[in-house]
Design a protein around this ligand. Sequence first.
Ligand code: ZN
Length: 240
Amino acid sequence: MRFAIFSDIHANLEALEAVLADARENKCTDFVCLGDVVGYNANPHECVQRIREMDCPIVKGNHDEQASLVESSRGFNEMAEAAIQWTRDNLTDTDKEWLRALKLQRQVRDFTIVHATLDTPEQWGYVFNNLDAAASFTYQHTSVCFFGHTHVPTAFVRDDGVQSQRIDKLRIDSSKKYFINTGSVGQPRDADWRAAYCIYHIDDAVVEQRRVKYDLVTAQKKIIDAGLPRLLAERLAIGR
Ligand code: ZN
């Protein structure tokens, strides 16, 4: 079995299609989504449709939650809030019901999936460092857990202590624990504009980081044409 594991699509249809094509070329048999299907970019409905059709395991992200509410419940920054209002207006009721019903955390085969953290998934905290990861590891009962939310691909590894490293091609040692951020499909923030996702070669116990070029110009044009904040188009090109 070969899993394509992807997160933070954020309504970027061009990036999503490029990732799915790359996953098919690399003979992925299964797909898993770590949430934030919508928010920021210009194709929320199309991305929801695409992922619903795939009928794959998925967890809820904070943008999925906010977009499916009537009005925002917690402090998004101004740009995220403008995008979430626009997103609400561009999703169908069925899309919103589907987003609302997503679970916060799931187990798939022998690994766990969550959008933000395992210690308090509903609070949408960010795991940027080893200390943040240590709190989540306390609640991790599988050797491997995949997460998203920060848009920065990293592997946190717990052995005696917690360390972080690049994913590249990471061999899984079942005596350790791994909390792995696959990076973002639709709005990477690690200074690399290419869409990020991971392939989990489950039989070889290897997690591989993939980066995929996509039609950035079209994605940017759609954002501007939709009247979304211009900065949302600009940041895609610099991966911030
Ligand atoms: Zn996100």
